[in-house]
Design a binder for this molecule. Structure first.
Ligand code: COA
Length: 157
C-alpha cells in the first residue's frame, strides 16, 4: 500500500511558493523552455494565475508538495507535480497520481502531462503508472505523456 496524502486548495502564499519552485527547478533551462513555448515569464505567470487549480499535498498534516492541474473537457492536464526535495522517494508522487486518477476517472478520458526529456525520475514514475509518450517536442525538450483512464466516456475507441 502507498502513503496517504491529502490534497487541499493551495493558499495564496502556497501558490507563490509553487511558482518559485517551478522557476528554480527549471533554473537555467527556464528561459529556453519559455522561448520554445512562445511565452514570456510574465505570460506564464498569467497562465498560472488564471488556468486550472493549484493544490497543496499534505501528509500527516504537513505540506509535502504541490500540484497544478487543469480539467478541460475530456482531459485532465497535469501542469506540475512538485514534491519537496526532502520528501521525495517515499511514494508521494505515486500517491498523488493515484488520487488524481481516482478523482477524475469519471470526468476525464485522458490524463496528460509534459515531462522534460531528461527528467528520468519523473518519466519512470509516469511510465510505472501507465503513461505513454504521445508526442515528443524536441524544440522544447519535452515529451507529452498520456494515460487513458477508465472514465464513463472513455469506451468505444
Ligand atoms: C518527480 C517527482 C514528482 C516524484 O515524486 P516522488 O514523491 O519522489 O515520487 P515517488 O516517491 O512516488 O517515486 C519516486 C521513486 O521513489 C520510489 N518509492 C516509491 N515509494 C517509496 C517508498 N515508500 N519509500 C521509498 N521509495 C519509494 C519509487 O519506487 C520511485 O523509484 P524510481 O526512481 O525507481 O522510479 C519528484 O521527484 C519531484 O517533485 N521532482 C521535481 C519536480 C518535477 O520534476 N516534477 C515533475 C515535472 S513533470
Amino acid at each position: 500500500m502507498g502513503v496517504d496524502i491529502e490534497m487541499v486548495q493551495a493558499t495564496p502564499s502556497e501558490r507563490v511558493e509553487l511558482l518559485g519552485l517551478i522557476r528554480s527547478e527549471l533554473a537555467d533551462r527556464g528561459d529556453a523552455i519559455m522561448k520554445a513555448m512562445g511565452l514570456t515569464w510574465d505570460q506564464f505567470e498569467e497562465l498560472y494565475e488564471t488556468r486550472g487549480e493549484v493544490r497543496t499535498l499534505k501528509r500527516m498534516g504537513a505540506v509535502v508538495g504541490f500540484c497544478w492541474i487543469e480539467h478541460r473537457g475530456s482531459e485532465l492536464h497535469l501542469h506540475a507535480i512538485f514534491v519537496l526535495p526532502e520528501q521525495r522517494g517515499r511514494g508521494i508522487g505515486s500517491a498523488t497520481l493515484r488520487s488524481l486518477e481516482a478523482e477524475f476517472q469519471d470526468q476525464a478520458e485522458v490524463i496528460e502531462l509534459g515531462v522534460e526529456n531528461d527528467n528520468a525520475a519523473a518519466r519512470r514514475l509516469y511510465e510505472r503508472h501507465g503513461f505513454e509518450a504521445a508526442k515528443v517536442l524536441p524544440e522544447v525538450g519535452f515529451t507529452v505523456m498520456r494515460k487513458r483512464v477508465a472514465g464513463e466516456r472513455s469506451g468505444g475507441r
